[in-house]
Design a protein around this ligand. Structure first.
Ligand SMILES: [Zn+2]
Length: 132
């Protein structure tokens, strides 16, 4: 992917991230005070691949974990890391380039459409137990 395109997607991802974290901080600000005292340990515990002074970010994700928006931010952060290490825009499954059209709609996409669909098919929508 061209560097200019990468920059475009980085901007897009950062914008999305900001919108999401605004929502999260709205939800979680009231937990913040108590969490600051309790998470002394948590900030040094890296459950995420990122190891570049992202303590604040990790704490933010830690208390947003479980929340839908928190998971979304996590996906965005992952995508931003992939931009940094040069794997952005490649399908996790087949390694092919994810079409730009798809990335514009879902900038944090990890799979190409074919693999995404295949993955969704793998999950049985409703496992019916056969009666004997
Ligand atoms: Zn694929």
């Amino acid at each position: 992917m061209k560097e200019t395109d990468l920059k475009k997607f980085r901007t897009l991802l950062l914008q999305k991230r900001e919108t999401m974290t605004d929502e999260i901080s709205g939800i979680s600000s009231r937990f913040d005070a108590t969490l600051k005292e309790k998470t002394g340990d948590l900030s040094s515990h890296s459950y995420h691949m990122a190891d570049q002074g992202t303590d604040a970010m990790e704490r933010e994700m830690a208390f947003a974990r479980g929340a839908k928006s928190g998971r979304f931010v996590h996906h965005i952060d992952d995508a931003l890391l992939r931009i940094e290490d040069g794997t952005y825009g490649k399908c996790f499954e087949c390694g092919k380039t994810i079409p730009m059209k798809r990335l514009k709609v879902v900038p944090h996409a990890r799979f190409c459409i074919a693999c995404k669909e295949a993955e969704e098919k793998k999950k049985p929508p409703n496992v019916k137990k056969s009666k004997r």
